[in-house]
Ligand binder design. Structure first.
Ligand SMILES: C[S@@+](CC[C@H](N)C(=O)[O-])C[C@H]1O[C@@H](n2cnc3c(N)ncnc32)[C@H](O)[C@@H]1O
Length: 189
C-alpha cells in the first residue's frame, strides 16, 4: 500500500508536510507517522463505513484514502470551515484520490450520527475535548472489530475524561500511542 503511492499523491503529501513544518498552527495536520498508522488501522478494519471528522487540508484524508481504495470503500470526511473544505477538496483531487474520498462541509456532530455501521472513524476536531463527545456517539455505531482513533489526547483534561473513560469502557479495547500529540486507538469488542 505504501510502496505504490502515486507521484501525484506523494507531491501533495510532501507539500502539506512542508507547510506543517513551516507553520504548525494553520492546518494542524497529523504527522506522517500518524498518517501511516491511520492507514494501517483502517486497512485492518472490517466491512463498514469510513469516517473522518476534521479534514483540515486533507492530509490525514490522503493517508486514509490509501486504505479506502484498497478496500473498495469511500472515506467520508467533514469539516466545519468552508476554506478548509475547499482546500481539502483541491488536495484530494490533485492527489488523484477523489474516487475514494468525499469531502463534506458540515458539523462532525451531525455526520457522526448519519452512519450506523462504522468500521473506522478518525476524530480530529477542535477544541480537542469535543472528541470525547464524539467518542460517545461513535462507539455504539462501530461494528465489532471497528476502530475509533482520537488525535491530540495529551492534555490533562483528556487524561481525566476520555482516557479514563475508554480504559474502563467494556465495549472497547484501547491503548494510547505515544505520538507527539498522543493518539487514542480503540477497537470495538
Ligand atoms: C486538527 S485539524 C484536522 C487535521 C486533519 N485531520 C489532518 O490531520 O490533516 C481540526 C479541524 O477540525 C475542524 N473542526 C472543528 N470543529 C469541527 C466540527 N464541529 N465539525 C467539523 N469540523 C470541525 C477545524 O475546522 C479543523 O480544520
Amino acid at each position: 500500500m505504501f510502496h505504490d503511492i502515486s507521484a501525484d499523491m506523494l507531491k501533495v503529501m510532501r507539500a502539506l508536510e512542508e507547510q506543517l513544518e513551516r507553520d504548525q498552527a494553520s492546518l494542524r495536520s497529523v504527522t506522517q507517522d500518524v498518517g501511516r498508522c491511520l492507514s494501517l488501522l483502517a486497512l485492518s478494519a472490517p466491512p463498514g463505513a469510513f469516517l473522518e471528522l476534521g479534514s483540515s487540508g486533507g492530509y490525514s484524508s490522503l493517508w486514509l484514502s490509501l486504505a479506502a481504495r484498497a478496500k473498495g470503500v469511500k472515506l467520508t470526511t467533514v469539516d466545519l470551515n468552508e476554506k478548509k473544505v475547499a482546500l481539502a477538496r483541491e488536495n484530494v483531487a490533485r492527489a488523484g484520490a477523489a474516487d475514494s474520498v468525499q469531502v463534506f462541509h458540515g458539523d462532525a456532530f451531525d455526520f457522526a450520527t448519519r452512519f450506523e455501521e462504522i468500521a473506522f472513524c478518525f476524530s480530529d476536531i477542535e477544541p480537542p475535548e469535543l472528541n470525547a463527545k464524539i467518542y460517545e456517539i461513535i462507539v455504539p455505531r462501530l461494528v465489532p472489530g471497528g476502530w475509533i482513533v482520537v488525535d491530540n489526547v495529551t492534555s490533562p483534561r483528556y487524561q481525566k475524561d476520555l482516557l479514563e473513560r475508554a480504559h474502563s469502557d467494556p465495549r472497547v479495547d484501547c491503548v494510547r500511542l505515544p505520538f507527539p500529540k498522543g493518539d487514542l486507538i480503540c477497537r470495538k469488542c
